[in-house]
Design a binder for this molecule. Structure first.
Ligand SMILES: [Fe+2]
Length: 420
């Protein structure tokens, strides 16, 4: 548990963590405010989980990893839920198959709400009664896990609604972001050096951000902002999706097999896009999102550039404040870069050229929680920076998320880099 933070220790056994717990748990429910019971059940593809499942799984995480192991005499809310709402923790037991989560019309949404209330009360009692640092660390981890699922819940329901010809808004109160004219794109020169990357500070981090270690950067330039819809449209109009020489072999195969010719959620004529606020006119100044790694890589090649490595990204991003178009801005959609904005945080997770792999000396957490990140360190790419639906206090320069190269349903965008 060494990488779960000292922040938890400062809060342990006292009011701040209890308050934080109540706040994050309530935020999850608030994000669902626009949903009706029918919406909570649908699963549109294997990567997507129903909203109801997210509400239950995040609760199971606290029940299994905190209450069952640290609250004496705790009795499970429902013994069947362990099977239904365990996600991928093989060492914790059998799990219901992910692609079939949409078949779980029962338990009802209102029963899941009662499950949440029950576990919330028990965790609060535990926090009052037990000031062990390990409890604070586990609850803190559970809250960061919950914030990850807050983002997934929104991107998943977006995909669900995009499959409905009515193209409903996830929340009718969402307003269209202001249209802007981003500053001209340029490359910021960065010197080659042996640098340290990874987490080493006092704040929370996941195990996959550690240990901090040295790595070599060559002289390079990194893009001053994200690539826009308008710029990606030029790639489309130049025949980018029809030119095999621009694509990785697996990417070209994906283009052929899936018929990709534009980002996910764009209309056939590339003038409109589906958003969490319903279908809207495409904003050419806003960052392009919902592109796969293959599309990001092909665009970069077409533009005479490449994608940044995660070390290049981290070293550049740690020099700027952690602010941007994150979930609290409540656009829930990317917006054009402001005049002096670099967009390292918020708007879109940025594909990097780096495989998601263990840092030298990486040690996963002990026990079942070692499965949290470590077991995925193969065949995926690191993405950085958070998106327009990432919680504002859930992102940092060292944060590593990861997706398979063909993933498009997250807010995934493009920053360029190039060799000097
Ligand atoms: Fe999870």
């Amino acid at each position: 548990m060494t990488s779960i933070s000292q922040t938890a220790e400062r809060h342990m056994g006292d009011a701040p963590l209890a308050g934080r717990f109540a706040e994050v748990r309530a935020r999850t429910l608030a994000l669902c405010a626009g949903l009706e019971p029918e919406d909570y059940v649908v699963q549109s593809m294997p990567d997507v989980s129903p909203a109801k499942w997210h509400l239950a799984h995040t609760t199971w995480f606290f029940e299994h990893f905190v209450l069952e192991q640290h609250r004496e005499g705790y009795r499970c809310f429902d013994g069947a839920y362990h099977h239904l709402f365990n996600s991928y923790y093989y060492s914790a037991g059998q799990m219901f198959p992910r692609p079939r989560r949409g078949l779980l019309s029962r338990p009802l949404v209102k029963e899941i709400r009662r499950y949440r209330d029950h576990v919330d009360e028990e965790v609060q009692r535990l926090l009052q009664q037990n000031g062990e640092p390990e409890i604070g660390q586990l609850v803190t981890l559970g809250l960061h896990h919950e914030q990850q699922h807050q983002e997934l819940m929104l991107t998943d329901i977006k995909h669900v609604f995009s499959c409905n010809p009515l193209l409903p808004a996830v929340n009718d109160s969402l307003r269209s972001p202001p249209r802007g004219h981003p500053p001209e794109h340029h490359f910021i020169p960065r010197p080659g050096a042996v640098v340290e990357i990874g987490a080493a500070g006092a704040g929370f981090c996941f195990d996959n951000e550690t240990p901090r270690h040295r790595t070599l950067l060559r002289d390079h330039g990194i893009g001053s902002r994200l690539i826009t819809n308008g710029e990606f449209l030029e790639f489309i109009r130049a025949g980018g999706y029809a030119e095999p020489g621009l694509w990785l072999s697996d990417g070209w195969a994906a283009v052929q097999k899936r018929g990709w010719n534009r980002p996910l959620y764009w209309s056939d004529d590339c003038t409109r896009e589906f958003t969490l606020g319903g279908e809207r006119e495409l904003d050419r100044g806003a960052p392009v999102v919902h592109v796969s790694y293959y599309e990001a890589d092909a665009y970069a090649r077409w533009a005479g550039a490449r994608l940044p490595t995660e070390a290049e990204w981290e070293v550049a991003a740690r020099d700027v404040p952690i602010e941007g178009n994150l979930a609290n801005a409540a656009w829930w959609h990317p917006v054009a870069a402001p005049e002096a904005g670099s967009q390292f945080f918020g708007d879109a997770w940025e594909w990097t050229a780096s495989p998601y792999a263990a840092y030298p000396g990486f040690k996963p957490l002990a026990g079942s929680l070692g499965e949290y990140n470590g077991e995925f360190m193969c065949n995926q790419l690191s993405v950085r920076g958070g998106s327009c639906v990432t919680a504002d206090d859930h992102i940092r320069a060292t944060y590593r998320s990861f997706f398979y190269p063909d993933a498009r349903w997250q807010f995934l965008g493009i920053r360029l880099a190039r060799d000097a």
